[in-house]
Every structure is written in structure tokens, then in C-alpha cells.
Design a protein around this ligand. Structure first.
Ligand code: FES
Length: 108
């Protein structure tokens, strides 16, 4: 069985409470959005699936993020597109906090 590589993204303290931080990881991955929902961290692709918007520039409202371009919404926890015009889910990443750092399992 192949091991999925673990990638360290940032310090947990760098992600604002009930907000997000945009990360540009090295090699092979797109820009990512790290969300802090009441101390639980989630990582998704940063780019909206409807267009070129950065979701880190959108509003976090509860478990949802609203795209700044056309106000489509996604469930941050699952990546599900829950508000039009977004229909395609966001990619999400298995996320953990290790020694105060946000880490994901990321297949390239
Ligand atoms: S680009 Fe995000 S809703 Fe259109």
C-alpha cells in the first residue's frame, strides 16, 4: 500500500478564527485555502469551481464560505457546493494539526 505524503502548510496560529489563509504549496498542488472554524481546521482548494475567484477573499459564515465573485457558497467541511451558481464541489484534503502546524495528506 502506498503512503500518501503529508504536507505542512502553515502554523495553526496564522489562520484567523472563523477566517481563512491562502497558501501556495510547492510542486503539483493548486493554491489552497486553510479555514479555521471555531478551532477546527479544514483545507480546500482556494479557487472557486465556478470561476477564477479566490475563496480566501470570500466571507466565512458558519460552516460556509461565500465566493466573492458571484456569491456562490460551499460547505467548508465537505466541499459541497450548496449555493448557486456553484455546482461542482471543492476538493478537500484530510487535515490534521501536528505540533501546531496545519498538515494535509496530498496526493499529487
Ligand atoms: S467565481 Fe465563484 S461563484 Fe462565480
Amino acid at each position: 500500500m502506498d503512503t500518501v505524503p503529508v504536507l505542512t502548510l502553515c502554523a495553526a496560529d496564522d489562520v484567523p478564527l472563523n477566517g481563512s489563509l491562502r497558501i501556495e504549496p510547492e510542486a503539483g498542488l493548486p493554491a489552497l485555502a486553510v479555514f479555521n472554524l471555531d478551532g477546527i481546521y479544514y483545507v480546500t482548494d482556494d479557487r472557486c469551481t465556478h470561476g477564477e475567484a479566490s475563496l480566501c477573499e470570500g466571507e466565512v459564515d458558519g460552516d460556509l464560505v461565500e465566493c466573492p465573485f458571484h456569491q456562490g457558497t460551499f460547505d467548508i467541511r465537505t466541499g459541497e457546493a450548496v449555493g448557486a451558481p456553484c455546482r461542482i464541489p471543492l476538493r478537500t484534503y484530510a487535515t490534521s494539526v501536528m505540533a501546531g502546524k496545519i498538515c494535509i495528506q496530498a496526493e499529487q
